[in-house]
Design a protein around this ligand. Sequence first.
Ligand code: PHB
Length: 394
Amino acid sequence: MHKRTTLRGLAAATLTLGLGLGGQLAAAQDSGTIKIGLILPMTGQQASTGRQIDAAVKLYMAQNGNTVAGRKVEIIVKDDAADPASTRRIAQELVVNDKVVALAGFGITPAAMATAPIATQSKTPMVVMAAATSAITESTPFVVRTSFTLPQAAVSMAEWANKNKIKKVVTLVSDYAPGIDAEKYFADRIILNGGTVAEKLRTPLRSPDFAPVLQKVRDAQPEALYVFLPSGQGAAFMKQFAERGLDKAGIRLIGTGDITDDDQLNDMGDVALGVVTSHHYAAAHKSPANQKFVEAFKKANNGMRPNFMAVGGYDGIRVIMEGLKATKGQGGEALLNAMKGQIFESPRGQVLIDGQTRDIVQDIYIRKVERVGGELQNVEFDVQKAVKDPGKQK
Ligand code: PHB
């Protein structure tokens, strides 16, 4: 019985082919699996970002099911080791060979930038779940972002520093696009509000050595050191900050939440206590939605605590899946349009994908590292609501 049906189906397909009915062929193709390409740094220096996002995407799919319009959704995970040339090659293969409806992931800015031309040429939406340089969303009309932007975080921190009578600061950032965004937006706002930036220091993205710059910080004697380093470098930095006695030298440590990354925070030790940062997500964020998310994430991942990268991934796959539901599985411009304007409650709070900029609008929290129930946590104590990327407001 089953065999006969299959054969009849085959015959119908052959007939369609013979008659050259392209539309029906396309319809036949449409009934197959919907594929999403997820490009992440699963190895190398940025591997914690890949691990967090991969786990979050798997959690979302397990919680919400993997079908859209009766079709199975398959997520193809590929490791680019945060090497932009690899990201680009993998993206090309995913578009041409696998016919993915969307590209997602992008652990660092150069990986996202390298992929933008492919998204434009093939009209494939790309969802940036991690990278955070403001200009990424302007690199192609096909990009949507669910992470954050450095200017979003940096301006709020500068406002806090000014309000708290911090006048003289030194900045220390990773020497590539997001670091330069953080440095510029923090310094400009500090100066606008009457403060001074004694020095602007930078360390290389790959294998940074913090010793020489920390000596310069000590010599400059600022009231606060403002730091942005990409996720994964915070623990090594904290260790050297303490080893050089800077925590005891009266120099206050402030920065973006990347340096008190929840992935590593609990192992940083007492040096992290009291560090004030601004960011869009803390695992300790108090909301029922977040509590549920953190519990489920830990349960599925041997107790691993989700960080802001995980939330970027969790929300990113949600935006894609909701978009696909609206288009009944269609990709391209239809999917892009279905992702614009989405508004929903994330574990981080209420978020909006701005229809104009395709960037995320979200609350930015000021947090302080405290020991809560024996664990180090980023405890939120102030918030700026519905922050749009200041980088777009030129
Ligand atoms: C980036 O490369 O855009 C990036 C990477 C890690 C972060 C933030 C930004 O924590």
